[in-house]
Every structure is written in structure tokens, then in C-alpha cells.
Design a protein around this ligand. Structure first.
Ligand code: NAD
Ligand code: K
Ligand code: MN
Length: 365
């Protein structure tokens, strides 16, 4: 029987709640499917580790992760440590260290969810946002001179390389091609950002020639926010820079019902390193420790993790159960207007997964 080595990094805040819930669900799924198992290793990196050791993760942390089949991540962000330290010290260290350059963010209105776009049906909103995850505005290049003085200057440079843009553009066209509508929107800002984004547009045109069956268009990022609200059905797959896609995908999640539902994969498409799956939300300081976190974003991230491992039947099964759960409003957490706790939702998912075991076992015996 195959056994997958999964690293679990809960991190901070509600990450410490939703990642164990995700592990529980994966465990229940493996028990029901019977043809693979998981070997989990948890790493207590994050804010607590920082308070003890002065760093968010050990210097040789990447080496500990290197042999893993995948990583399940929670959130980096602690109320008492500046956000740029927690983010750069853990999540970005892993994303950049393992060159997880494609950040894939699906958004759909799941059954039973009262999404805020009143005239929008579930068929109208089925998007995947591809976020460039290795450079751009989050390249980490810049600095501060004359810190604290009236003449202080601070910069965050956006670095786009031809190789970096070509690979994410090709990834996005290929993903769009694999989806039924074969439709890609290239998000840009080449009116104001007149160097990198102009190269971005040129490369989009160049790569589009490799995918003649993919219809594609361009949209400025600000106009794209309005289009997501006004004409959701005109979008399918989107590709955007690190910052643009970060912002658009939080909007996408909110339009689909809640930030707590949305999943993502930080993927190394060449599979040189382990890829990392996580809900898109952060530590949620306002609800941490109260059992109120919606675990659906983490469960959907587990679906992406399973697809990445090639366990497509198990991925489909888990997605089916997630949809059954969202369809039942008595299992909605507070962010969806309900009163269910994270533990109740997790237990309901696990029960349905193991119930399926008996049903699918019947015909063969
Ligand atoms: P956040 O995602 O933590 O929270 C935003 C709002 O959404 C809050 O009101 C929160 O209660 C709600 N929310 C988020 N996830 C939810 C869930 N699963 N269920 C129910 N409600 C949920 O964003 P923020 O407040 O901007 O950031 C808090 C901290 O998290 C910061 O330190 C930030 O840097 C960090 N952060 C980390 C990541 C990451 O690790 N990938 C992503 C975003 C933010
Ligand atoms: K996260
Ligand atoms: Mn974000």
C-alpha cells in the first residue's frame, strides 16, 4: 500500500486549528479508500517557535521538508510579531525556497452557500486564479534609507523576469486549456506600470500562439475587480502577478461566500520539490482559539493535495462530501451565517467519509 509523507505546518492562529482538522479528514479518507495511507510529520514552526528561537523556522527547515510528498500549511501571522517577519520567515521562505512558482486558487459557489452576488448562480462563478508566486511585487527587493528621518525613502521593487513570466503564463494557458471553457483572462496594469507589465503583456501574446484553442483577453486589474462583480460568468481562468492575484483572490473568495472556504496550492509544476497546500486565509486573530474557524478552505486544499498526488478518486470523493456539508446549512460556521463549530463540521465530514466505506464495499463482497 502506498504511504504518502505529508508535512503539516499549522503555523499560527486558526492555522493551529484547521490543519489538525484537515489531517483528521485525510486520515478518515485514507481509512475509507483503503488503497493508500498517510505518514504525517508536524512541525511547530511559527510565532511560538520565534519566541523560543528568534526565527520562524530553523535554518535547515527546508531540508526537513525536502523528501516530503506534499506540505499542508495553515497560516503565518502572530498578533505580537510584525507581519513581514512572520510571512517572510516561514511561508515565503518555503514558497521561494522550493520555487513553488504557480499559486493556484479555485473559486466556486458551493451548494447551499448564500453568496453575496444576488443574480449570480453557481454556474456563473467558477474561476481559477493563477498567481505568480516567485517574484513580482513580492520579490523582496528594496530597502529603507535614512530610516525614521524626514528624508527617508523606502522601496519595494517589483521584479519580473522573462523566464519567470514565460513559465507562469505557459502554466496558466495550459490550465485554461484543461478546463471546459478554455478561456483565459490575463490581468495586467500596463497602463501605469510601463516596464514589467508591458513585458508581461508581450509574453502573454507570445505564449498564446502555443495554445491556439484557448480564447484569451486582457483586463486591467482595477477593471477586473468590477468585472468579477458585474460579469462573473465572463471569467474562467485568470493569471495575474503576485500582488494583483493576492488581492483578486480574496475578493473572489468573499464573492463565493467566505474567505474561510477558499483553498490554494503553491505548486512546483516541475516537481523538483514538495508543493504546499493551504487555505488562503490567515491567522484570523479575531476568532482564534474559539473553535469558530471554517475548516472548508483547508479541506478543499486537501482535495488539491490529493489531486497533486494523483489520488483523483479520493480527491473527488472528498470534494463530494465537502459539497454535501455546505449544502446542509445546519453545518455552516459563523462566517457563513450559521452556528456550527469547526469540530462539528470536521466530525460530519469524517462520518460521511467513513459511511461511504460500507456503501462502496457492498457490491464487491
Ligand atoms: P485573515 O484571513 O486572518 O482574516 C480576515 C477575516 O476573515 C477575519 O475577520 C477572519 O475572522 C475571517 N476569516 C479568515 N479565515 C476564516 C475562517 N477559516 N473561518 C471563519 N472566518 C475566517 O486576514 P488578516 O486579518 O488580514 O490577517 C491576519 C494575520 O494572518 C496577519 O498576520 C497576516 O499577515 C496573516 N496572513 C497569513 C496568510 C498565510 O499564511 N498564507 C494569509 C493571509 C494573512
Ligand atoms: K494560509
Ligand atoms: Mn492573501
Amino acid at each position: 500500500m502506498k504511504s504518502y509523507k505529508i508535512a503539516c505546518i499549522p503555523g499560527d492562529g486558526i492555522g493551529k486549528e484547521v490543519v489538525p482538522a484537515g489531517q483528521q479528514v485525510l486520515q478518515a479518507l485514507a481509512a475509507a479508500q483503503k488503497d493508500f495511507s498517510f505518514d504525517f510529520t508536524s512541525f511547530g514552526w511559527g510565532g511560538d517557535w520565534f519566541r523560543k528561537h528568534g526565527v520562524m523556522m530553523p535554518d535547515d527547515g527546508l531540508d526537513a521538508l525536502r523528501g516530503m510528498d506534499a506540505i499542508l500549511f495553515g497560516s503565518a501571522g502572530d498578533p505580537h510579531i510584525p507581519d513581514h517577519i512572520t510571512l517572510w520567515g516561514l511561508r515565503l521562505k518555503i514558497c521561494q525556497g522550493f520555487d513553488q512558482y504557480a499559486n493556484v486558487r479555485p473559486t466556486r459557489i458551493l451548494p447551499g452557500i448564500d453568496a453575496p452576488l444576488k443574480r449570480c448562480t453557481a454556474q456563473d462563478l467558477d474561476w481559477v486564479i493563477v498567481r505568480e508566486n516567485s517574484e513580482g511585487e513580492y520579490a523582496g527587493v528594496g530597502g529603507r534609507v535614512h530610516q525614521g528621518h524626514p528624508i527617508e525613502v523606502a522601496t519595494d521593487m517589483s521584479i519580473l523576469t522573462r523566464a519567470g513570466v514565460e513559465r507562469i503564463m505557459r502554466f496558466a494557458f495550459r490550465l485554461a486549456q484543461s478546463r471546459p471553457r478554455k478561456l483565459l483572462t490575463v490581468v495586467t496594469k500596463s497602463n501605469a506600470q510601463r516596464h514589467g507589465m508591458v513585458m508581461w503583456d508581450e509574453i502573454a501574446l507570445q505564449i498564446s500562439k502555443e495554445f491556439p484553442d484557448v480564447r484569451w483577453d486582457k483586463e486591467l486589474v482595477d477593471a477586473c475587480t468590477a468585472r468579477m462583480v458585474n460579469r462573473p460568468a465572463s471569467l474562467d481562468t485568470l493569471v495575474a502577478t503576485n500582488l494583483h492575484a493576492d488581492v483578486l483572490s480574496d475578493l473572489a473568495a468573499a464573492l463565493a461566500g467566505s474567505l474561510g472556504i477558499a483553498p490554494t496550492g503553491n505548486i512546483d509544476p516541475e516537481r523538483r520539490y514538495p508543493s504546499m497546500f493551504e487555505p488562503i486565509h490567515g491567522s484570523a486573530f479575531d476568532i482564534m482559539g474559539q473553535g469558530l474557524a471554517n475548516p472548508v478552505g483547508t479541506f478543499w486544499s486537501c482535495v488539491m493535495l490529493l489531486e497533486h498526488l494523483g489520488e483523483n478518486a479520493a480527491a473527488q470523493r472528498l470534494m463530494q462530501v465537502i459539497e454535501q456539508i455546505t449544502a446542509d446549512t445546519s453545518l455552516h460556521t459563523r462566517d457563513l451565517g450559521g452556528s456550527a463549530t469547526m469540530a462539528q463540521v470536521t466530525q460530519a465530514v469524517c462520518e460521511r467519509l467513513s459511511g461511504a466505506r460500507e456503501k462502496t464495499a457492498e457490491p464487491t463482497e
